[in-house]
Design a protein around this ligand. Structure first.
Ligand code: ATP
Ligand code: MG
Ligand code: MG
Length: 550
């Protein structure tokens, strides 16, 4: 019965353990330090870490830094921080693939000695031509039958810097007629005069990914090497490498489908352009789905875990709706966060029969569904801010909020009856007026009379002024993610800045990343980049309503 809820990777691991292929589970996450982690990486991290935990195994964090062209040390720290934030603990199991260059070199020598690798003088272009196509077998390199001694000498010369970049490569000798093009004598080492961030100028030959990766896994005694679907037809080569290099108990590669999200921009090329064009304010812009962006927006590690569990692990590519991610953060914050009052688009409400200059403190539950969050005091005064949309001089039917003659509840406070409004010359409402019923303190009338509308408010004398940023999806896939010219079809309303919002004074204490529900308006968090004690800036994480149903 339990097996039903297991994903296909867990079933494979169960079988391996049952059959004694492995007696433990060891997984890894192998990022290339060449950029920021995004939500897709989080899926891989949580999957690998989750499996290690489930099976009482170990999890390695390994920087896959064998390609000196693209890697930068600066990303190592940001990647570590993101992974820590997700709640993943690699303990002392932090590795760098470049620390294995010596062993990889030894593996190459071993293959040469076994007659399984050869030095090839064909140019990159010739190698491509010789490789053949899906329907046509490849052609063997004229250098394929060099003797072991000659290959050893030439490879040594490659290592010692006797050849220019691209002049010679080391290739695995497998099968030029294989239906799998990856098996047609793939290049496993190349000459590249580049300074490596870890090994400096020690090496001028570097291993190719398909050769290096299985060796890294094998050296770390990884049992299940989990990667994404595009590596499926590299698996025979993976198996060939660990077999021919004669690793005991070699790892097994298992592929799963990448996570794709709709209505967000993930391609590095596009994000770079958005940054350059000033449309987003960096890789951590709250509309993006890099992990730093999601954290800045106010997503929690728990919400991402819930999301990954809902997505499941699959063998087929598909796209998940961003709305499902929003569902998860709402679910996570619902009982954990206090529900505060904040007015985003203010107009003044004046209670004409309330004493001038008085401030009284009313008490309210922080979260009516979770008493553990306690209660707080909220100041009330003659002058309040309410949402502009909560007053209408001439209301349509079924409008139950403020309009002349109507009685509503001020949340946690009093019943008030609207008496009218004041307008400027242009006809804009500048003040709404009302009278209150002192007997309805706390929000209920002693005579049991009911009101249909409840609105939130913030007392003017103690209000905290803040900026609030509202977000929408940066693209709308239903309308087409790309324009005809290949540029992104951007949503012009993806960012809306509200510069004059008023919050309860309690929120003055909020620190970067702190999040709250603002009643009726959604969940919000203090922006970690632009907010300051003098001027608070809040990001809307998500609104309260959604069309998304599980
Ligand atoms: P990107 O090009 O988006 O940065 P990548 O594959 O080049 O992705 P790596 O640093 O090589 O980035 O990835 C580290 C690990 O994360 C790999 O095992 C890779 O399979 C996994 N990964 C990357 N993108 C996704 C995704 N969208 N869904 C699930 N796993 C992913
Ligand atoms: Mg990669
Ligand atoms: Mg990458």
């Amino acid at each position: 019965k339990e097996a039903v809820s297991k994903n296909f990777i867990e079933l494979m691991i169960d079988k391996d353990l049952e059959e004694g292929v492995y007696d433990h589970v060891q997984t890894r996450f192998p990022p290339e330090p060449n950029g920021y982690l995004h939500i897709g990486h989080a899926k891989s991290i949580l999957l690998n870490y989750g499996l290690a935990q489930k099976y009482g195994g170990k999890f390695n964090l390994r920087f896959d830094d064998t390609n000196p062209t693209k890697e930068k040390t600066e990303f190592v720290e940001s990647i570590k921080e993101d992974i820590k934030w997700l709640g993943v603990n690699w303990e002392d199991r932090l590795f760098f693939a470049s620390d294995y260059f010596e062993q990889m070199y030894e593996c190459a020598l071993k293959l040469i000695r076994k007659g399984k690798a050869f030095v090839c003088d064909l140019s990159a272009e010739e190698i491509r031509e010789y490789r053949g196509t899906l329907t046509e077998p490849g052609k063997e390199s004229p250098y394929r039958n060099r003797s072991v001694e000659e290959n050893l000498e030439l490879f040594e010369n490659m290592k010692n810097g006797m050849y220019g970049d691209g002049e010679k490569v080391l290739r695995a000798k497998i099968d030029m007629a294989s239906p799998n093009i990856n098996m047609r004598d793939p290049v496993i080492y190349r000459v590249a005069r580049m300074t490596h961030h870890n090994t400096g100028d020690k090496w001028c030959i570097y291993p190719m990914y398909d050769f290096a990766h299985p060796i890294e896994d094998a050296l770390e005694h990884i049992t299940h090497s989990i990667c994404t679907l595009e590596f499926e037809d590299h698996r025979p080569l993976y198996d060939w490498v660990v077999r021919e290099c004669e690793f005991e108990n070699p790892p097994r590669q298992i592929e799963f489908a990448k996570l794709y999200l709709t209505n967000v921009v993930t391609g590095k090329r596009y994000i770079r352009k958005l940054v350059e064009d000033g449309i987003v304010d960096g890789w951590d812009d709250p509309r993006l789905v890099s992990l730093t962006a999601l954290r800045r927006r106010g997503f929690t590690p728990e919400s991402l875990k819930m999301f990954m569990e809902l997505c499941g692990v699959s063998k087929a590519n598909s796209s998940v709706d961003y709305a499902m991610l929003e569902y998860c953060i709402r679910e996570d914050l619902k009982l954990k966060r206090a529900r505060m009052m904040a007015v985003l688009n203010p107009v003044k409400l004046i209670i004409d029969n309330y004493p001038e200059g008085e401030v009284e403190y009313l008490e309210a539950d922080n979260n009516t569904e979770n008493p553990e969050l306690g209660r707080r005091k909220i100041p009330f005064a003659k002058e309040l801010y309410i949402e502009r949309e909560d007053f209408m001089e001439e209301p349509p039917r079924k409008y139950f909020r403020m309009f002349p003659g109507n009685e509503v509840r001020l949340m946690n406070a009093y019943f008030v009856t609207c008496t009218g409004c004041v307008k400027d010359e242009a006809g804009n409402v500048t003040e709404v007026h009302a009278t209150y019923d002192p007997a309805s303190r706390g929000g209920n009338s002693p005579d049991g009379r009911k009101v249909k509308g409840t609105i939130h408010w913030v007392a003017v004398p103690t209000a905290v002024k803040a900026e609030v940023r509202l977000y929408e999806n940066i693209v709308d896939e239903e309308k087409g993610k790309l324009n005809e010219d290949g540029t992104l079809n951007l949503n012009p309303n993806s960012l809306q800045v509200l510069e004059e919002c008023y919050l309860e004074p309690e929120l003055a204490k909020a620190m970067p990343y702190d999040s709250f529900q603002f009643v009726r308006n959604g969940y919000f968090c203090v922006d970690c980049k632009d907010s300051s004690p003098e001027r608070q800036i809040w990001n809307r994480i998500v609104s309260l309503k959604s069309s998304f149903k599980l």
